[in-house]
Design a protein around this ligand. Structure first.
Ligand SMILES: Cc1cc2nc3c(=O)[nH]c(=O)nc-3n(C[C@H](O)[C@H](O)[C@H](O)COP(=O)(O)OP(=O)(O)OC[C@H]3O[C@@H](n4cnc5c(N)ncnc54)[C@H](O)[C@@H]3O)c2cc1C
Length: 284
């Protein structure tokens, strides 16, 4: 289907982009276009103005915070960039590992970290991973800048903490500390297909964070399992015991690919596998 007519703007600065987004009702940021253009073609979205972020080099940067405590990924950093980044390899290699399994080369070349989490499709790879990694998102508007934790950022499908007139500029991920390890597991439709259920885990000397994807409109923290593992016993028996009841605590959807009960089962299995692998990596 052909696109409905739409105004197109390609700002040269972040300030200009924000002015455009806040100056027009129905203005929408355009990142890699991998989802937005498709939903526009399907007439599921009909923005009046597209604000293309392609020229905003600042949003394509990968670097570190001034005190080196966080890896900083500009909102326009693509999956391919993350996969090839030496900074990511040093600071949080699980990000590169996970994005390399997203869809295909074309989607990874165009799709951005900002677009991935602003869509917040429950089957997307990055939302649960960024919750497990305790990432924060920087959002800018004419009023200034605010920082939001991943859990508060990811509200529902296509619904995030980014409000009208605002722009996501950066995702910050704490750099890996000695004795920590991360992993993501799950079951996909085909080798590089979308997830039926996913689980991301981050083990550190301070404890474990576990996030489950595809079981709700936004990633769900497995807090009871996290608390049972607070002793730091990551033996297989302990992790399996900690996962008991996780599935029952969830209210996942049923669809043509999997029943709710099957997703509950997959959530427990995926969480166990993710935590065991993260704990193994934490040992070095
Ligand atoms: C065939 C196909 C298969 C896919 N499979 C997977 C998969 O298995 N796993 C997975 O994780 N992903 C998958 N994706 C999604 C893909 O990885 C991208 O993350 C996604 O398409 C959106 O990224 P984008 O940069 O193209 O954003 P766009 O499509 O340009 O934008 C998406 C939305 O985010 C908003 N937005 C984008 N950037 C910003 C910003 N900086 N500030 C405010 N709002 C912003 C836009 O306004 C729009 O509403 C798939 C995509 C396709 C086309």
């Amino acid at each position: 289907m052909l696109l409905r007519e739409v105004e197109y703007a390609r700002p040269a600065t972040i300030e200009e982009a924000i002015a455009l987004l806040s100056g027009y009702d129905g203005a929408r940021a355009l990142a890699g276009g991998q989802t937005l253009v498709n939903v526009m073609k399907a007439r599921a979205a009909a923005p009046d103005v597209l604000v293309d972020l392609a020229d905003l080099d600042e949003l394509r940067r990968i670097g570190f915070s001034a005190d080196q405590s966080a890896l900083e990924l500009g909102a326009m950093v693509t999956s391919t960039q993350i996969g090839a980044s030496s900074e990511v390899e040093v600071a949080r290699p699980v990000l590169a590992e996970v994005v390399s399994t997203i869809a295909d080369v074309q989607v990874r070349n165009r799709g951005t970290i900002g677009g991935n989490i602003c869509v917040n499709d429950p089957t997307n790879h990055l939302p649960p991973l960024l919750v497990a990694l305790n990432a924060t998102m920087t959002i800018r508007s004419v009023a200034g800048e605010r920082i939001v934790a991943a859990e508060e950022f990811l509200i529902g499908v296509y619904t995030t903490a980014v409000e009208e007139g605002e722009l996501l500029t950066k995702v910050s991920v704490p750099t890996r500390r000695p004795g920590s390890g991360d992993a993501m597991d799950g079951v996909t439709l085909g080798a590089h297909g979308t997830y039926l259920v996913s689980a991301a885990a981050s083990v550190s000397p301070g404890g474990v964070r576990i996030a489950i994807g595809c079981v709700s409109a936004a990633p769900v923290r497995a807090t009871a399992m996290e608390q049972r593992l607070a002793s730091g016993d990551f033996s297989e028996a302990s992790v399996r015991a900690a996962a008991e009841g996780l599935g029952a605590s969830l209210d996942p959807p049923s669809d043509v690919h999997a029943s709710a009960d099957y997703r509950r089962h997959l959530a427990e299995v995926s969480a166990v596998r993710a935590v065991l692998r993260a704990a193994q990596r934490a040992k070095g």
